[in-house]
Design a protein around this ligand. Structure first.
Ligand SMILES: C[S@@+](CC[C@H](N)C(=O)[O-])C[C@H]1O[C@@H](n2cnc3c(N)ncnc32)[C@H](O)[C@@H]1O
Length: 198
């Protein structure tokens, strides 16, 4: 069983991650924002044993739940997790052009207009994530909130200079998140987006 996969914030808050120190020799690195229960992250990381993963979750309650699941389920030591706001972590700690993929599944929709500024998937954050992805790196997004889906589509349309949008749907997802499975069982429409960094 793995023990220490959690990165103490106080130790890492002051300089960008050195992924070689965190992971040793590495090839690809992917990040999941809002991993919650960690069930997708553990299954996905087990399916790609040679890829390294950074999980970011800001709710301490979900972080602990996710950490417990990850420690129990991971078959290899390829995941590190940190409990903090993902935008701050990406901006301050993730080096430029370092990631092969970023996954954002079912980000909180913040439905009231005055709260749209809190949305994770919006133009400003898309540009920041673009700067953390390698050229050709992928950004995966899913939402079951219809209005947020329209909002995301508009924000993506404004980033055409930076991202190419690729076809992507449920059939392309052999591994699904906990919330995704639940909403598919509830017959909710899920909107998927896949962007490739130019
Ligand atoms: C609706 S849940 C979806 C959980 C999971 N991705 C899934 O599909 O089952 C959204 C998750 O994102 C986390 N989250 C929201 N905003 C975040 C942020 N700025 N940084 C890190 N985690 C965040 C929440 O705490 C929650 O665990």
């Amino acid at each position: 069983m793995l023990k220490n996969i959690s990165l103490p914030l106080e130790q890492y808050a002051f300089q960008p991650f050195d992924f070689t120190k965190l992971f040793g020799n590495y090839g690809s690195i992917e990040a999941e924002i809002g991993f919650c229960s960690g069930l997708f992250l553990s299954e996905y990381a087990n399916s790609k044993p040679n890829t390294k993963f950074l999980g970011i979750e800001y709710s301490p309650k979900f972080f602990v739940r996710g950490e417990n699941n990850l420690v129990r389920k991971l078959k290899q030591d390829n995941v590190r997790i940190i409990c903090f706001d993902a935008i701050a972590v990406m901006k301050e700690l993730v080096p430029f052009y370092s990631l092969d993929a970023v996954h954002i599944y079912f980000p909180d929709p913040w439905p009231k207009k005055k709260h749209h500024k809190n949305r994770l998937v919006r133009f400003e954050n898309l540009l920041m994530i673009h700067n953390r992805l390698k050229k050709g790196g992928k950004l995966y997004i899913a939402t079951d909130h219809p209005e947020y889906a329209d909002f995301i589509a508009r924000e993506i349309a404004a980033t055409g200079e930076f991202f190419k949008q690729l076809p992507y749907g449920e059939e392309d997802r052999p591994i699904k998140t906990k919330w995704e499975k639940k909403q598919i069982a509830n017959c909710w429409t899920i909107n998927y987006f896949l962007l490739e960094a130019k």
